[in-house]
Design a protein around this ligand. Sequence first.
Ligand SMILES: *[C@@H]1O[C@H](CO)[C@@H](O)[C@H](O)[C@H]1NC(C)=O
Ligand SMILES: *[C@@H]1O[C@H](CO)[C@@H](O)[C@H](O)[C@H]1NC(C)=O
Ligand SMILES: *[C@@H]1O[C@H](CO)[C@@H](O)[C@H](O)[C@H]1NC(C)=O
Length: 322
Amino acid sequence: MLTLISLLSILPAALSAPLSIFGQNIGPSTGSDSANGTPTPVSLATVNSTLLRPAQFARVAYCGTSEIESWNCGAPCEALKNITFLQAGGDQGAIPLYYIAHDADEQQLVVAHEGTDPVKFLSILNDAQFGLVPLNSSRFPEAANTDIQVHDGFQQTFERTADGLLAGVKAGLASTGVSKIAVTGHSLGAALASMTGAMIIDAVDPSVQVTVTTFGMPRGGNQAFADFLDSKVGLTFVTNQHDPVTIVPPKALGFQHSSGEIHIVDDTQQNLVACPGQDNVNCATGNSLIEFDIVNHLGPYFDDVTFGSQECAGGIFGQGSR
Ligand SMILES: *[C@@H]1O[C@H](CO)[C@@H](O)[C@H](O)[C@H]1NC(C)=O
Ligand SMILES: *[C@@H]1O[C@H](CO)[C@@H](O)[C@H](O)[C@H]1NC(C)=O
Ligand SMILES: *[C@@H]1O[C@H](CO)[C@@H](O)[C@H](O)[C@H]1NC(C)=O
């Protein structure tokens, strides 16, 4: 509850400040486009078969490390059967947690990134020192001699666990013999998941099928990065109604979403649409910043998935590291 109240108080500043802070340095829009194609309905059967499970795994990432290691974190863990924990990294403090697990029912590895305290997250989005920087071309060789740029704060955070995560994924592929990897995350974890997905695709055998599905994702880079994600990852990202995090940092600062948005239209949780193109104005991008509802960032998404440690067995008081 404390977190939510803090979020309510910080959000208006977070939304208005980037324009004034960055505006002087970067200037007007770099010309990124917004699509306007007509969204098409997504059936609940498709939601169940493609979106629900990634959301449930991303929800587990908010629980305490020891709860995740024993897969005993209350309702979030109970919703997912036949899971074997493989590896975790990060510390639920300055370095956000991720975990790798084997999902026997789906014969896949799962990589899930935790989000962060929404207050801290909005201050990262809002921090003047985090503009757009080149994508690390040592890790992503195809980014060399391109204008692919990503959010500096997201990339720095990603790099802190990237090597250990990739080693864990390779070890997990070898030990389990699966040929599918699902990468997921919510909020900051969503931004990290998009980079993690691209990294894994570069590093594993092309026969391994990698899917990236995220929730409440901010814009992570510029137009060239959005195009890079489209061609390499083909991610799916879910935006919930008037969640303000999904429309920052603003396009006016040169940020652009990739394609692959699924938008939850209303709180019936029955009305979802697939949004063609990048930053479709008929979906989250068309939302007014004045109408934002920060509760939509946390959920509920479909089938009552809400993100945050309050969903875990240890609850908000069960995690000493926070
Ligand atoms: C989706 O799954 C939920 C339970 O997880 C179930 O109640 C609902 O009927 C399912 N809907 C469809 C259309 O499959
Ligand atoms: C999943 O667990 C159930 C029991 O909880 C078991 O019957 C089933 O065989 C398991 N499936 C796999 C793929 O391990
Ligand atoms: C770029 O990626 C390499 C791994 O390819 C890593 O060792 C290095 O630390 C990364 N650079 C930065 C600035 O994070």
